[in-house]
Design a protein around this ligand. Structure first.
Ligand code: SF4
Ligand code: SF4
Length: 114
């Protein structure tokens, strides 16, 4: 996601910090099952064992557009901003031009081969 090792994370040309996309946990609904913590490969969550609740410790690690933890939460305690916000950014910041270039640059890695 970063342009280089030391630079800030960027999502297809848009600084990740400018994109409001991360989970919010409603602690009153949460039953502390840990599915969200264990299921997120991006390290967004830690688990507070005293309170038996997940804590969002790295919101910018959340993959833009991903809602997996929300989908698997058994009590619907996790919410995200509306997807329309991302769609606006895609349009306004010309994300598709960037993504098409990135696709070409990554052809070796992502090409479908029979
Ligand atoms: S998956 Fe839902 S209920 Fe389980 S810990 Fe996460 S927020 Fe709480
Ligand atoms: S939406 Fe995806 S990347 Fe973001 S916290 Fe949930 S599982 Fe992790």
């Amino acid at each position: 996601m970063s342009d280089s090792k030391d630079s800030k994370p960027v999502w297809h040309g848009v600084p990740r910090e400018e994109i409001e996309w991360h989970p919010t946990v409603e602690h009153e609904l949460c039953i502390g099952c840990g599915l969200c913590v264990l299921g997120c490969a991006a390290g967004v969550y830690a688990f507070d064992f005293d309170k038996r609740r997940p804590v969002v410790i790295a919101p910018l690690n959340c993959k833009v557009g991903c809602v997996t933890c929300s989908n698997t939460c058994p009590v619907h305690a996790i919410s995200f901003p509306p997807l329309s916000r991302i769609h606006k950014i895609i349009k306004k910041r010309n994300v598709l031009t960037t993504s098409k270039k990135e696709l070409e640059n990554n052809a070796d890695r992502v090409s479908f081969r029979k």
